[in-house]
Design a binder for this molecule. Structure first.
Ligand SMILES: Nc1ncnc2c1ncn2[C@@H]1O[C@H](COP(=O)(O)OP(=O)(O)O)[C@@H](O)[C@H]1O
Ligand SMILES: [Mg+2]
Length: 281
């Protein structure tokens, strides 16, 4: 895992030349909002003027779909790079509709977690291009431990989207224990993890209860305000574009904007002013 975050944000919110900040978006549980977070965070960073690379480690290719691009059959993919040392990540990278967002697409036919033997392979593959971007967002699959570890090894920090129900709360605990285990075992440095509640609806007493348990367990600093449930978020995938491009007035757009601010402020504290915590616009 990379050890330093060198993105430098000016007062105008734009970065200047430096190594990209790398974020893995991960949770062992499926359907928690990982791909949604990657696509919409990429759009929020782009609107701030950052050059963003999205690395789609999930063979479902949902991050790519949300950005309007998937790899053509036989075209180079990030999975080729993980499986074949001779493949270069730069050969797999494609442009998206947004000129500031590039994509390293998934191989949607990839079915082999076990073929990836070296957890550092993704970090090595990113090294030659890490100065070409301000931020790199890695979407990870829920059910491939080696791919999740490969993503974590390449990242400066981990973003953990979760639903606000009791089993998801338990799942976050399991995931973070495994995450700290990997850090200890592989002796890597890391800026930490941020938990992002997704599909938030605080009219539900269960969600309120789980949110309060999460706050007690992890502290407000490690917990983003989160993204409210909004059908437009799911609909934007049908339009193959980030929510802010498809429906700029959707209420979740402001939630993703605040999430970008919180992540940048948390992991790049000298760059931006603190985002107002805990309130929805
Ligand atoms: N804030 C939200 N409001 C409504 N639906 C959402 C929201 N966030 C995610 N979804 C929907 O939830 C489902 C799972 O999200 P997804 O990002 O695919 O999860 P994961 O990548 O963790 O499997 C998708 O159908 C997505 O469109
Ligand atoms: Mg996904």
């Amino acid at each position: 895992m990379a050890t330093s975050t060198t993105i430098v944000v000016t007062s105008a919110g734009r970065s200047r030349a430096g190594r990209a900040s790398v974020f893995a978006v991960a949770n062992k549980k499926g359907g928690t909002g990982k791909s949604t977070t990657v696509v919409n965070l990429a759009a929020e960073l782009s609107v701030r003027g950052f050059r963003v690379l999205v690395v789609d480690l999930d063979a479902q290719g949902h991050a790519g779909l949300g950005l309007g691009r998937v790899a053509a059959t036989g075209a180079p993919s990030v999975h080729d790079v993980l499986c074949h040392r001779s493949s270069k990540l730069v050969d797999a990278i494609v442009e998206t509709l947004d000129p500031l967002i590039d994509l390293a697409p998934a191989d949607r036919n990839f079915n082999g977690d076990v073929r990836i033997s070296d957890p550092r392979r993704l970090a090595e593959a990113l090294a030659p291009i890490v100065y070409d971007y301000d931020a790199i967002l890695i979407d990870t699959p829920p059910s491939s431990p080696r791919l999740i570890v490969a993503g974590m090894m390449a990242a400066d920090a981990v973003v953990v989207p979760t639903l606000l129900d009791h089993l998801s709360f338990d799942g976050v605990g399991q995931f973070l224990r495994a995450y700290h285990g990997v850090i200890a075992e592989l002796k890597v440095g890391c800026a930490g993890a941020m938990i992002v509640p997704s599909r938030v609806d605080l009219r539900s007493s269960m969600q309120k209860d789980v949110l309060s348990r999460m706050t007690s367990s992890y502290g407000r600093a490690q917990l983003a305000t989160g993204v409210r449930i909004d059908v437009a978020v799911a609909e934007a995938f049908g339009a193959c574009r980030p929510l802010r491009l498809w429906r700029p007035s959707a209420r979740a757009v402001s939630d993703f904007a605040r999430l970008a601010d919180e992540i940048l402020w948390h992991f790049v504290p000298h760059g931006l002013q603190p985002a107002p915590a805990g309130q929805y616009a």
